[in-house]
Design a protein around this ligand. Sequence first.
Ligand SMILES: Cc1ncc(COP(=O)(O)O)c(C=O)c1O
Length: 473
Amino acid sequence: MDELRHAGRLAADVTADYLGGVGDRPVWQPVTEADRDWLTRQDLPSAGRPLSDLVHDIRTRVLPYPMGNGHPRFFGWVNSAPSAAGVLVAPIAAALNPSCAGGDHAGVLLEHTVLRWLADLAGFPHRTGGGLLTSGASMATVVALAAARRRAADRDGADVRADGLYGRPPMVLYVSAEGHSCLRKAAELLGLGSRHVRVVPVDGAFRMDAGALRDMVARDARAGLRPFCVAASAGTVNTGAVDALDEIADVAAAHGLWFHVDGAYGALGALTAPGGYAGMARADSLVLDPHKWLGVPVDCGCVLWRDPVPVRATFSLVPAYLRDDDEDGPGWFSEYGPEQTRPLRALRTWATMSHLGRDGIVRLVGTTVRLAHTLAAMIGAAPDFELLAPVSTSIVAFRYRPAGPPDRLDDLNRRIPAAVQHRGRAFLTGTRLAGTEALRACLLNPATTEDDLALLLDEIRAAATGRAAEIRP
Ligand SMILES: Cc1ncc(COP(=O)(O)O)c(C=O)c1O
């Protein structure tokens, strides 16, 4: 263990130096040819190498080429900086290396606590057996929709586990035009067919049109299809919009649909703007990713559900060698999802949440929402930028609109994200919004400053006009 102790100290220093200096380095930089060659073409050494040599390789060949999240001027997709507490305990989780499929050990017990804490933060009803940590929202969504499919089939007197979907009227899932692509992926994976995923239009604030939903469900039912689930969003990936969850819950209740809420990114926004999330607690399932706004190091997604029974009935398959003799308990986590061996995600999540405390989590959400409003105000005041959506969480959707012919704007805005990224001083990504090419900045890092936001806008101008990167004082 002396070798591990020595190399571990080196690794701790390398980690702290890396995190301490993130803001002073390029957000992203291209990989040199020599390092690309090393990263992609190295041979497996025949003789093993000392641990401290591996730390050296990581310092010189890996750490210079981050994706960019962690930097205060990273505004891309939905990727946060890692929490210090999560980084701290990751090696300890690896040292324990359990499978959290089930059993009576610390990892499993801590996962129950973390799920209760997450439900509590989101104001979601919780009882033991009411959730699962997953690799991310995509897997969490598969779990939720599988349970929804099972419950609908049960209600029709069908056994979807035994018979699949053969011979049944097609089940129909409703998502908004702004719903995340993981919903359609899950529907395809579950054999529902993307033809039976209805795309409900959105209103001017990019929220699901509940009236249109009601009409579409009624039309499908009249046509002999089987509407079974509506997936609303509590924070869309494009604009951070939160659907009118109460209204959608009413439609779901009226038509016996499973009410799913994708709050993977935005559910925690309820901590500072609870009014906007009314109805979220009525969901049958809620996805809420700790590896997004909370900053738990990847991976850690989460799905919570109101009633454990249909979820366990969907996945439980307990061979004799996995039997749990505690028949009245919630059973194993592996009975609530497709994975058997499951990593210890709870330790990183527990550490992150404990370190921040409830107050710190509220502050984190409040600070980043305020930063988003500040950026939106800067955009509103700039003659060469245009806000494309209201800010309701911590995402700002906008575009660069310099004077000139408007027919070139789409082309210009499509080219901006890559050009900004290559300059290395800020990182943002683009999207398409209501048929328009858009830029979007997702604010998740409380270390971001107003100067960083001003620099982002300058970088967009410079990237659009091809100006050389000049270093600001
Ligand atoms: C709203 C929303 N839902 C789902 C997902 C998918 O999450 P994951 O990448 O963790 O599977 C994302 C990812 O950004 C998201 O923003």
